[in-house]
Ligand binder design. Structure first.
Ligand code: G1P
Length: 286
């Protein structure tokens, strides 16, 4: 079985929901406590064995490139001022052997189009996709949980979770078929209405896909909002390939929304040994 060593992280979106904060800073650089959102996704990928991170980016996102590059001046200053404890924070040990690659998406034409920009960088191998907006805290990372399913079944795997009916139309939704202890994807629909949703299992931003997906992305037509959806390409792939779903364990926060972003901050704050007591007291009081 081929190893999964590459992960694609699409980061070309405008972050309109967080304006004015995202006027000059990519939304992925907004911090949950003290770490940018994007770094949580990169950490999750690297800890799951990923060796190359491919960002699909745009001209407004250079801060992301700088963040994952070395900052010699800062490092030198920290050395000189004996602030050694900060050095691993700006230059994490586990990122040292990771290759960071950047591909520009010229205009935002949907998630499917973003992924299709990386076809020349993915060889004959399965690869991971992580959407940084979906921040998931769990003992075993969400991507590692998908990897376990991929390694046992050898087919593409999509992360899913149960969502309340009134939220279902914000997501890709699968029609599941339970085979032994596995969930096979019978069908998948992008953002269906409540009445058309085939189940309450929504797609979360974690995928392990066979490279065959590029063949189907080429054939995928734009949807009514003029975007190429990854969901539609996966739907086409289902006619020739098996795809499974992994109902991961963990706490997911939709950090693309203000509510989810603040909830993630509070959740993380309550786990932080220095500030947890203060955050707890604050939440209790309010
Ligand atoms: C994308 C996908 C959708 C998926 C969601 C997960 O939608 O198109 O199928 O459920 O990510 O976060 P977006 O949130 O980019 O609109």
């Amino acid at each position: 079985m081929k190893k999964i060593i590459k992960a694609v992280l699409p980061v070309a979106g405008f972050g309109t929901r967080f304006l004015p904060a995202t006027k000059a800073i990519p939304k992925e650089m907004l911090p949950i406590i003290d770490k940018p959102l994007i770094e949580y996704a990169v950490e999750e990928a690297v800890n799951a064995g990923i060796e190359e991170i491919i960002f699909v980016t745009s001209h407004t996102k250079v801060a992301i490139e700088n963040h994952f590059d070395t900052n010699f001046e800062l490092e030198e200053k920290l050395q000189k001022n004996s602030k050694h404890e900060f050095i691993p924070l700006i230059n994490p040990e586990n990122f040292k052997n990771v290759r960071f690659t950047y591909v520009r998406q010229k205009s935002p034409n949907g998630l499917g189009d973003a992924i299709n920009h990386t076809s020349h960088l993915i060889n004959d191998e399965p690869f991971a996709i992580l959407l940084a907006d979906d921040l998931i805290f769990s003992e075993e990372s969400c991507l590692s949980q998908l990897k376990i399913v991929y390694e046992s079944l050898g087919s593409s795997v999509i992360g899913v979770n149960e969502v309340p009916q009134d939220e279902i139309s914000k997501y890709g939704v699968i029609d599941p078929k339970y085979v032994d202890s596995n969930i096979k994807v019978n069908n998948i629909v992008e953002k269906p209405s409540i009445n058309d949703a085939p189940s309450n299992l929504a797609v979360v931003g974690r995928y392990i896909l066979d490279n065959e997906i590029f063949k189907y992305l080429e054939r995928t037509k734009k949807d009514s909002s003029n975007e190429i959806q990854l969901t539609d390409a996966i739907k086409l792939m289902l006619t020739d390939h098996e795809v499974f779903a992994c109902k991961y364990k963990g706490n997911k926060f939709d950090c693309g929304s203000k509510k989810g972003f603040v909830a993630a901050t509070v959740f993380k704050g309550l786990q932080d040994e220095v500030i947890s007591k203060a955050i707890y007291d604050l939440v209790q009081k309010s």
